[in-house]
Design a protein around this ligand. Structure first.
Ligand SMILES: Cc1cc2nc3c(=O)[nH]c(=O)nc-3n(C[C@H](O)[C@H](O)[C@H](O)COP(=O)(O)OP(=O)(O)OC[C@H]3O[C@@H](n4cnc5c(N)ncnc54)[C@H](O)[C@@H]3O)c2cc1C
Length: 480
């Protein structure tokens, strides 16, 4: 484990005090991990509480030439917050103030460490909510959501994080503080928001965020639809959207996942179902009635065995509890899981799901599916035991097959978790050398020394179009 020179530690202590500079072995070990299966090498941890502190720490790191990894709640699944080579981890988890709420626009300025769910909880009395709702929303931070361009079940109709960020304050690698965008519509000048959202901590530390708030729909109906096969459920998803009905959310779980979740949450899910769709429609009572009827008709045409409507708010909450606790339920099947995150065109959903099942069989692995079906955002989840090296090898080999299968049908490497460390070496599968070069140059405009979250997102050699894709040299996914 790399250590930071004592003189540098003292410099950070002068800024934050002794208590908020963590250098003990166990503390560094903890901050060397995130929600992924990777483990890193953390040199020092800085717990910042204000923009001024972030700025002073970034200036000090700049002068000392130290690499810095920004960190929110550490729930990321692509290894984005994993420090490499003894990097300094700068945590904004303690920056948890809701600075202001403007119910008219409506929007709110919040600090980056505010938890996603706390934004909605804080404005619920105004009939407002923050739409992107990752399943991790009780734990993940708004800053982390911005950095990964997070999605969630209710992003199908309302769009992912990038569509809900009006502006932000960001501390650059040399400590300068920049504000981009804001609540005013169509801010003048270049619109840098789209570049910074999804920047995965490689461009600066986000220290304030202006989030768009949305008015609550007057009526919501949630349907639980039971299918005899994954194929028929996939066909229903395709046909609902093709008919022009855009539900607020449309999530799918396959049989293995339904059984694990039901044992964990006891939501009354039909455990014999081969595939379950959770579909939510919202709007005026008339719109909801029309859309719910259309969804039911299309699902029955695709072979649905039963369609159940949540009786009341309590049952609706129970259905969602089941969906949002799905990953936790996997512990009943195996001690570890590796969750993939690819997007495929909805029209290819059925064939890709069949392909993933075949990949599982070929490698002798349990692959479960729970995903944002309406978006085509797949989350094949491989349950395994990392103490068994043979299984680990198979998990990575299967992961590579899954990624290649998704990209082959015109899909993308990530729908919401980001590239981080996990997908970095797969970038040439999706981008031509010139594309990667352009991304390198844009990153360098913010971070010329490459000190911010180094070795993440872009593969080595990506600069100047040097990287030529050689399919044979693609990694077996051994990014641990
Ligand atoms: C059970 C479970 C369910 C999940 N479900 C979803 C889901 O439905 N949708 C989804 O999108 N994701 C999901 N995730 C993944 C994860 O919660 C999201 O990626 C989330 O946005 C990460 O937020 P975080 O605060 O934990 O960020 P971290 O893990 O701390 O960091 C993630 C990345 O953001 C960067 N970063 C963090 N904060 C800042 C900042 N202030 N400034 C600059 N860079 C920063 C880090 O450097 C890193 O690259 C899930 C994770 C788990 C464990």
């Amino acid at each position: 484990m790399a250590t930071i020179p004592l003189s540098a530690v003292d410099r950070f202590r002068d800024i934050l005090g002794t208590d908020r500079v963590l250098e003990q072995h166990t503390e560094r070990l903890l901050y060397g991990k995130d929600g992924s299966i990777a483990e890193g090498d953390c040199g020092l941890v800085l717990l910042c509480e204000t923009t001024d502190e972030v700025s002073a720490c970034m200036r000090a790191a700049h002068e000392l030439g130290l690499p810095v990894v920004p960190r929110g709640s550490g729930t990321g699944l692509a290894g984005g917050a994993i420090p490499l080579d003894g990097s300094v981890v700068l945590s904004v988890a303690r920056m948890r103030r809701v600075i202001s709420v403007d119910p008219e626009t409506p929007c709110a300025w919040v600090e980056p460490g505010v938890l996603n769910l706390d934004v909605t909880t804080g404005v619920r009395h105004l009939g407002l909510h923050y739409a992107p709702d990752p399943s991790s929303q009780a734990a993940c931070s708004i800053g982390g959501n911005v950095a990964t361009n997070a999605g969630g079940p209710h992003c199908l109709a309302s769009g992912v994080t990038s569509q809900h960020i009006l502006g932000m304050e960001i501390v650059l690698p040399d400590g300068e503080v920049l504000t981009v965008g804001g609540p005013a519509p169509d801010p003048p000048g270049y619109d840098l928001r789209g570049f910074i959202v999804g920047g995965e901590g490689t461009l600066g530390v986000v220290t304030k965020v202006c989030v768009r708030l949305m008015r609550d729909a007057p009526t919501v109906t949630t349907l639980l639809v039971d299918f005899p096969s994954v194929t028929s459920a996939g066909a229903a998803v395709r046909d609902v959207i093709a008919e022009g009905v855009i539900p607020a959310a449309m999530e799918m779980m396959d049989r293995t996942m339904v059984r694990a979740v039901e044992q964990f949450v006891h939501a009354g899910l039909p455990v014999d179902s081969a595939a379950l769709l959770l579909v939510e429609v919202d709007g005026t009572p008339a719109q909801v009635a029309d859309q719910a009827a259309a969804v039911e008709r299309i699902c029955r045409d695709s072979g649905a065995a039963s369609v159940r409507t949540a009786r009341d708010e309590a049952e609706r909450a129970l259905f969602w509890k089941a969906r949002k606790n799905a990953f936790g339920a996997v512990a009943r099947i195996a001690p570890n899981y590796y969750l993939h995150d690819c997007v495929v065109p909805r029209t290819r959903l059925v064939e890709v799901l069949e392909n993933i099942a075949a990949i599982g069989e070929r490698h002798g692995l349990i692959i479960m599916n729970v995903f944002h079906a309406g978006d085509g955002n797949l989350h094949p989840l491989i349950a395994f035991d990392r103490r068994d090296p043979v299984q680990v090898e198979k998990v990575f080999a299967a992961g590579k097959d899954i990624i290649e299968a998704c990209v082959a049908v015109g899909g993308t490497l990530s729908g919401e978790h980001g590239i981080g460390l996990e997908k970095r070496d797969y970038m040439p599968l999706q981008f031509a050398p010139l594309d990667l070069d352009a991304q390198c140059r844009a990153r360098e405009a913010f971070d010329p020394d490459g000190r911010l979250n180094p070795r993440k997102v872009l593969p080595a050699g990506a600069k100047c179009g040097e990287l030529i894709l050689d399919a044979g040299s693609l990694p077996e996914g051994t990014w641990l």
